[in-house]
Design a binder for this molecule. Structure first.
Ligand SMILES: [Cu+2]
Length: 501
């Protein structure tokens, strides 16, 4: 340690002491009343009043209406666990375990001081027992200990909502990670007695990571992969349990001038989320779902098993992309949604001209139905050239078109053309370019290019085959087709070594 750092250390130590002394008095006086009493409004923690009320539960992205009640009540929550197969991505099915039939589970909204009588049912068709741990519950296991429920059974427990805030709930039945990874989480909002400030729109968004034995977008029914889950290597990172849950027709909406409140949770089980809306600043974030407000936030960190409330004003119309800013998750694992703001442009704030494709690529149009059709027909042994071309066209957009352009013309001196390219040779050579990339000098139609095409090996064999078939049959190219088998041979390391020798 040098003399200078020693002195700096000493100064820091004395500063800390001084600050501690200054803080001591107020800390002591704060410590006297118990936590709930600080936010207490007369009578709010007394016995429930009036007739029992049945809680309104909503599936994402919807949020139950504000409570607007002036007294604490007995609130009955009826939640049923259902194990069901749903689409996790276009043409990809997954067997989710759900609270209320959706991932994330039903949104629950109560008022601070309410006495909540919780009924957890487990559907008779379930294969597993389940329970619930609500992070706002003060008591062992957050309710988990009292709610273990076998298939076809129901359990009941009661808790008082002592703390206001937005809280995660989740299943806590062993193996806990597996239950959470299968979608068993949701949010419960405990409103303060006076309610939350009024806004125009409220939405419910929850991130989760998913682990399938097949690769990203590999079609068909995909089982859970325990090994990937333990290694924390998700195949999908998603908002609201499915790729496309918040894009296209399902985008969340607002109008210019409106205030939007997002209740954002992160179920995990493994990843923390760097939640961000591209092109917007959150005016306020209640970070970690707690009572403090941070203003003017670009990206808010949401821990696994944590939440946040982000509020902002819709000012400029257009499509705003919701992402986990750990950005490969957004573009290669699905963590992407859209908030569509309609209304009049305000040129003083933004000049206008919206180009979806800057960020979205093929995700601007989430409908990759032709890709699914091609995969299904291939499995059934009746894949046609037309199926391949149609699927390839959808995949080319946003994958290859970024560089080679939608019309295949490329960009002079930078990206060579694919339209009427004299480079397009046999299938093996083309597959090699896509899977392994290309660098160094190449001559296409008499012009030299000396640049780098990155490997596109994130595409699966079907996708590469369909894209290349589309390229071969477009823009006056000679035709022909590339099969999944052709791609498989080049991808297999042994085959590749052979091809190179
Ligand atoms: Cu469970």
């Amino acid at each position: 340690m040098t003399a200078r750092t020693q002195i700096a250390g000493l100064i820091r130590a004395t500063q800390v002491l001084a600050i501690a002394a200054a803080l001591c008095a107020p800390l002591l006086s704060l410590a006297a009343p118990k936590a709930p009493a600080a936010a207490k409004v007369a009578g709010d923690f007394g016995p429930p009043q009036g007739a029992p009320i049945k809680a309104v539960l909503t599936s994402p992205p919807h949020v139950p209406p504000p409570i607007n009640r002036k007294y604490p009540a007995k609130v009955i929550v009826d939640l049923e666990v259902v194990e069901k197969t749903m689409q996790i991505s276009e043409g990809v099915n997954y067997t989710f375990w759900t609270f209320g039939g959706s991932v994330p589970g039903s949104f629950i909204r109560v008022r601070q001081g309410d006495t909540v009588e919780f009924h957890l049912k487990n559907h008779p068709s379930s294969k597993m027992p389940h329970n619930i741990d609500l992070h706002n519950v003060t008591g062992p296991g957050g309710g988990a200990a009292s709610s273990f429920t076998a298939p076809g059974h129901e359990s009941q427990f009661t808790f008082k909502a002592l703390n206001e805030g937005i809280y995660v709930y989740h299943c806590a039945t062993a193996p806990v990670g597996m239950h959470v990874a299968n979608g068993m989480y949701g949010l419960i909002l405990v409103e303060p007695p006076q309610g939350l400030p009024k806004v125009d729109r409220e939405y419910y968004i929850m991130q989760g990571d998913f682990y399938t034995t097949g690769k990203y977008r590999e079609k068909g029914h995909q089982p859970f992969d325990m090994e990937k889950a333990i290694d924390e290597k998700p195949t999908y990172v998603l908002f609201n349990g499915a790729e496309g849950a918040l894009t296209g027709d399902k985008a969340i909406k607002a109008n210019v001038g409106e205030t939007v409140r997002l209740f954002v949770g992160n179920g995990g089980p493994n990843l923390v989320s760097s939640f961000h809306v591209i092109g917007a600043v959150f005016d306020e974030v209640r970070f970690e779902g707690g009572s403090n407000v941070q203003k003017n936030v670009q990206t808010t960190l949401i821990p696994a098993g944590g939440s946040a409330v982000a509020t902002f004003k819709a000012t400029v119309p257009g499509s705003y992309v919701l992402v986990d800013h750990s950005i490969f998750r957004a573009f290669n694992k699905g963590a992407l949604g859209i908030l569509k703001i309609d209304g009049k442009e305000d040129k003083t704030i933004y000049s206008g001209k919206e180009v979806d494709s800057v960020y979205l690529g093929d995700r601007a149009n989430p409908n990759l139905a032709a890709v699914t059709t091609a995969t299904q027909n291939a499995a059934a042994g009746k894949l046609t050239l037309q199926d391949q071309i149609k699927a390839g066209q959808q995949l080319f957009a946003g994958t290859c078109s970024v560089c080679h352009q939608a019309n295949g013309e490329g960009l002079p001196g930078v990206f060579p053309p694919l339209a009427k390219s004299d480079f397009l040779g046999d299938a093996k050579k083309l597959v090699n370019v896509v899977l392994n990339g290309l660098s160094g000098k190449v001559t296409v139609n008499g012009k030299d290019y000396n640049s780098v095409m990155p490997p596109m090996n994130q595409l699966n064999d079907d996708e590469v085959a369909n894209i290349l078939t589309y390229v071969l049959n477009s823009w006056g190219n000679p035709g022909g087709s590339v099969s999944t088998e052709d791609v498989k041979k080049v991808r297999t390391p042994g085959a590749k070594a052979q091809a190179e020798h």
